[in-house]
Write a protein that binds this ligand. Structure first.
Ligand code: NAD
Length: 296
């Protein structure tokens, strides 16, 4: 138990602060004669959640003084057409970085699309070169969600050095880069990391040893209070829409963690929504500004 002192890790408030700081940085950048950072997003198909995420990213670009371009194509876009769009964006000198919103419709091969992105414009950090740089502790673009999470840990003064972190989920975009980032020898790393996944035999035993838990599964109720070490920091990446007739849109977003139960045990925890989600966008804007500062 935590004696009723759990700290909420408020990603929404921190993200608003960071957007204001980024806007000030962009103002200086532009005052020095440079064009504002420019991000493009490619959205294929009509997945409602993807559309919402992309619109959010475009709105935050405007709030931070960035330029943004949204490229929308139908669900029947072919692999060749998408690769052509990527080639065009790679070659566009007016563009600092771009993302191809995932998931792509099933007939498209995301891995080869990501490999076709110029690593210098890969502000999502998903290209093998950027992932390799992360693994080797070299400078590159770090995927936005893990980057937003370590910023949140730093802001709230959560020690990582020497701590045991348990990451649940091994996706290329969250779990794997998160485990890498926390294990690196840098200011927000130096954890001993356990990476759990669908074949982990006893998840509860693994999680119980964690000082820091990062849950990125997409299944509500994956982490319950009885699985937590008292005082643990709990980062909930999961976003699952769950039907709720009392909610305005008819559904509510739920994380992977049983928040109500866990709040009596955890030392600090992110809410869903309002935790990791808003910080993810910050990671993306920071990568885009970094790309803009590298213009030759
Ligand atoms: P994914 O859907 O690609 O993979 C899920 C992972 O969970 C897999 O690695 C799998 O091995 C693991 N897993 C499945 N069942 C498990 C079990 N019973 N025990 C342990 N591990 C298990 O993952 P993703 O794309 O990283 O997404 C995970 C969740 O995070 C989703 O809800 C997604 O919507 C959300 N997400 C949120 C943000 C954000 O900004 N807040 C960003 C990305 C993803």
């Amino acid at each position: 138990m935590n004696g009723g002192t759990m700290m909420i890790l408020d990603g929404k408030a921190l993200s608003a602060q960071r957007v204001a700081q980024l806007a000030a940085e962009v103002e200086d950048f532009v005052a020095d004669g440079a064009a504002p950072p420019h991000l493009a997003a490619v959205l294929i198909g009509d997945d409602g959640a993807s559309k919402t995420y992309v619109e959010h990213k475009v709105r935050k670009c405007a709030a931070a003084g960035f330029r943004s371009t949204l490229i929308e194509r139908g669900a029947d876009t072919t692999q060749e057409e998408l690769l052509e769009i990527v080639e065009g964006l790679n070659a566009d000198p007016m563009l600092d970085g771009f993302i191809v919103q995932l998931p792509l419709p099933a007939h498209l091969d995301a891995a080869s699309v990501i490999e076709a992105i110029d690593p210098r414009k890969d502000v999502d950090g998903f290209h093998p070169e950027n992932m390799g740089r992360l693994a080797l502790g070299l400078d590159g673009f770090v995927p936005a969600t893990p980057s937003g999470i370590v910023q949140m840990l730093a802001h709230y003064g959560i020690e990582t050095c020497g701590k045991h972190a348990v990451v649940i989920g091994r996706s290329d975009i969250v779990g794997t880069p998160m485990a890498l980032l926390l294990s690196r020898n840098n200011a927000m790393g130096n954890c001993t990391v356990t990476l759990c996944h669908s074949r982990t035999v006893n998840l509860a035993d693994e999680v119980r040893r964690a000082d820091i838990v990062v849950a990125a599964v997409g299944r509500p109720g994956t982490v319950t209070a009885d699985m937590l070490k008292p005082g643990a920091t709990v980062i909930d990446v999961g976003i699952t829409p769950v039907e709720d007739a009392t909610a305005k849109r008819g559904y509510r977003l739920k994380g992977d963690v049983d928040f109500e139960g866990a709040k009596a045990v955890a030392g600090a925890m992110t809410p869903v929504p309002g935790g990791v989600g808003p910080m993810t966008i910050i990671g993306l804007l920071e990568n885009t500004l970094k790309a803009a500062k590298r213009r030759t």
